[in-house]
Ligand binder design. Structure first.
Ligand code: NG1
Length: 481
């Protein structure tokens, strides 16, 4: 199999992928977690587990942390994440049958075998094999291979699951890359990274989330030293160098946001609310212009035919959402739709109280967060960590108050990080738990880490001696090693 990106041997300035054992993180720094990934050992375990498959290939698939732009991707609006120097490592090889056999060194994920057939039915109860099934079903639908090949997989990882670092999309991308190879196809030749990202973003809906394409795109397009600005309308990426003199700290709140479990409904309430606002926009534009623009997402207000500016979008939102809350009966009247249909389309997914649905605040978040991404990008390009940090703080407030996806733990972490000298801090990812990300001036690096270690974690570390807070570096995207 042709290995892509063979020249990319140094991800974070510390690792060397030509060696079989390498380090991620500098060994001298206690707050940059030391990780030893022994690929020889992984391969040996693979051979012992699947003796008939022979020596496996290995790919490294990083997690991502989102620096700015939460819950924008499914609205078609730009986001600013970066791939990180924590990853899953997937050893894989095609087998002679059509069985998919997957195993994980993490005992929380039991080995699973399933037949590669179409249609591929999802397993119940948030099962982890659904991430493999999602990628395989998506690629089968795209390439329609004559024979559905089988493959064997063994995974190891230093990416914490359910911590807002996209471990689930890393799995989907890893299974996608492995399965492409099992089909005899090459990333970069038979499908571009951008095409694969788009395909896998849709494929991941198989697990029940209605997410956008941020995670898969960031994971496939990461570049050392850069944040990746992802534009969706049209779909393209831009690498934005991070300023000198800043560090990125990730702090796991230790509240799990497991999207294959309970957080799924909370997550899907966001896309549902935005789809409802989009329906209100369409009705309004039809009345105003006598034309059916039929926009599919809020991003089309700025991009595409409409090309509204900030003032125009503000005015539009003010007229369709004049009050903080909108009642179901108002919505039914305005959309000219029976209440039962409204319920079936949207209301079942969006939690709301007696006052009605807080759509004004949701729309405000989408609009203001979009401008924070654009202004944040400019701040990064200007090398201005302090301004970027101020946008991070505003983003956290908007996520907490307008999108209501924060938790007391995430709020508490942000406060500790800022009080100790960060430029700014915000929840990252879907919310409802997971992690906080902070931009920290190098001079305050140790003080900030010490503050969070003492004040949030009470000095405790995890079973392996590492802290749940760790500095990360922007790393290269997924690649075959
Ligand atoms: P995470 O943090 O991986 O749960 C989710 C969505 C993203 C995006 C963010 C919020 C998936 C796979 N990921 O990310 O697309 O919407 O929430 O910004 O659904």
């Amino acid at each position: 199999m042709a290995s892509e990106n063979q020249s990319l041997v140094d991800l974070a300035g510390n690792g060397d992928y030509n060696r079989h054992v390498f380090y991620i993180g500098k060994r001298t720094e206690p707050n940059r977690r030391r990780v030893f990934v022994d690929l020889t050992d992984l391969k040996q375990q693979f051979v012992a587990m699947y003796p008939e498959s022979g020596t496996p290939f290995v790919c490294r698939v990083p997690g991502r942390v989102n620096l700015m732009g939460e819950h924008l991707d499914y609205n078609g609006l730009p986001v600013l994440p970066m791939a990180i120097d924590r990853a899953i490592y997937m050893a894989f090889a095609p087998n002679s049958g059509s069985e998919i056999r997957i195993a994980n060194r993490d005992a929380r994920f039991s080995p699973v075998t399933f037949e590669n057939v179409t249609p591929l039915e999802p397993s119940t109860g948030g099962a982890w094999e659904n991430y493999a099934k999602a990628a395989i079903a998506g690629l089968n639908a795209h390439f329609s291979p004559e024979k559905h090949p089988g493959m064997d997989v063994l995974i190891t990882s230093d990416l914490p699951p359910a911590a807002g670092l996209s471990s689930s999309s890393a799995l989907v991308v890893g299974f996608g890359m492995a399965y492409l190879a099992a089909m005899g196809l090459t990333l970069g030749r038979d499908i571009t990274r951008l095409e694969l990202a788009g395909l896998l973003a849709n494929a991941e809906h198989y697990v029940g989330t209605a997410g956008g394409g941020m995670d898969q795109t960031a994971i496939l397009h990461g570049t050392a030293g850069c944040a990746t600005r992802i534009n969706f309308l049209p779909f393209q990426v831009e690498q934005v160098p991070l300023p000198k003199g800043v560090e990125i700290l990730v702090c796991d709140s230790l509240v799990e946001a497991r999207k294959s479990g309970g957080a799924l409904d909370f997550y899907n309430a966001g896309p549902a609310a935005c789809s409802l606002i989009t329906a209100l926009v369409n009705t309004h534009l039809q009345q105003d212009f006598g034309e059916d623009f039929a926009i599919e997402c809020l991003g089309e207000l700025w991009y595409g035919d409409l090309c509204f500016n900030r003032k125009e979008v503000e005015a539009l939102f003010a007229s369709i959402l004049p009050a903080a809350h909108t009642t179901p009966s108002e919505l039914a009247t305005r959309l000219n739709m029976p209440l039962a249909q409204l319920k079936e389309y949207w209301l079942d997914e969006i939690p709301f109280g007696e006052a009605g649905l807080p759509l004004q605040a949701r729309a405000r978040h989408v609009m203001t967060e979009f401008y924070r991404v654009e202004e944040g990008r400019d701040a990064l390009l200007a090398g201005d960590g302090a301004t970027f940090g101020a946008h991070m703080n505003a983003s956290h407030q908007s996520c907490a108050n307008d999108y209501e996806i924060s938790t007391p733990e995430l709020d508490g972490l942000c406060k500790i990080l800022n009080d100790a000298g960060s430029y700014g801090a915000r929840l990252t990812g879907a919310g409802f738990g997971g992690a906080v990300v902070a931009m920290v001036p190098v001079a305050s690096k140790d003080a900030v880490f010490a503050a969070v270690q003492t004040e949030y974690y009470g000095g405790r570390t995890q079973a392996d001696g590492a802290s749940p807070a760790f500095y990360v570096t922007a790393s290269a995207g997924a690649l075959h090693l």
